[in-house]
Design a binder for this molecule. Structure first.
Ligand SMILES: O=C(O)[C@H](O)[C@@H](O)[C@H](O)[C@H](O)COP(=O)(O)O
Length: 256
């Protein structure tokens, strides 16, 4: 599957966000040199939100042709449109409202105001993915898919020991009893996550160390979902020192 999986360690959470932002800007400019459009999947969570703020604050971001990028989400909390819990709202406030995006290329998952039924909302996102997929594919070719990681090892809204992480025959799942509130969510499934050319996981803090260590040591995906984060071309774990505490030394690449 993947050709490369590496861990890049930064001193702390603040330098992590700045470093990933700089790398993202460079990489997305390269991708847009090669392709007419790019597809990027955004993540919720505090570390990824800090990253989006760092992207917006980087002087280099004015060199990105933002209107050529499609933005998708890995998961969403199924709440009202204006709820501060919405990953969409957080991403808009952190980044999307501040850059010249093409609104037709922003693909949020439905809120409970848009579609009252959770399963219908998940099905609608599957249709949206298929509508922007090449040929007969079920979803676009994602250039970069960002993920946060929970202390329990969850990615997107795929939680340990729950049904969502086992789903292989759908692109989007509804989640009804998320252990992390709010309980109702929508998530991309693991096969879609693994289809991305690049998965960039961004995580910080001592409470992530055990999940990361287990994932890299080959834990089962059902028990530690982040163990299944492997993109087609490259998978990078961007972490701070605290989160790296249980990463085997031989997997740590020099960050500078
Ligand atoms: O939907 C959610 O509840 C969050 O988006 C969640 O999946 C988050 O990405 C991780 O828990 C990491 O969060 P932090 O970056 O805040 O540690």
């Amino acid at each position: 599957m993947t050709t490369d999986r590496r861990v890049l360690v930064h001193a702390d959470k603040a330098s992590l966000a700045g470093a990933v932002a700089a790398r993202f800007i460079t990489k997305i400019i390269d991708i847009l040199d090669e392709f007419d459009e790019a597809h990027v999947v955004l993540s919720g969570g505090s570390v990824n939100t800090d990253l989006m703020v760092a992207i917006r604050n980087s002087p280099a971001q004015t060199n990105v042709e933002w209107q050529r990028i499609h933005f998708w989400w890995g998961d969403e909390r199924f709440v009202e449109k204006n709820s501060p819990d919405r990953n969409e709202l957080q991403a808009r406030e952190a980044l999307l409202d501040h850059i010249p995006v093409d609104e037709a290329k922003i693909h949020p998952m439905a809120s409970s105001d848009d579609i009252a039924d959770l399963d219908e909302a998940a099905a609608a996102y599957a249709r949206e993915l298929a509508a922007f997929a090449p040929d007969a594919a079920l979803y676009p070719r994602f250039d970069i898919l960002f993920l946060g990681v929970g202390p329990d090892g969850h990615i997107a809204s795929l939680f340990p020991g729950m049904q969502g992480i086992t789903v292989r025959d759908a692109t989007v799942v509804s989640v009804r009893n998320s252990p992390k509130p709010p309980p109702l969510r929508i998530s991309l499934t693991l096969p879609v996550i693994q289809s991305a050319d690049r998965i960039w996981l961004v995580l910080a803090g001592a409470d992530k160390a055990s999940a990361l260590g287990l994932a890299l040591a080959g834990a089962s995906v059902d028990e530690v979902p982040v163990a299944g984060a492997e993109g087609r071309k490259r998978t990078v774990f961007f972490v701070d020192r605290e989160a790296a505490a249980e990463v085997p030394e031989n997997l740590i690449a020099p960050s500078y």
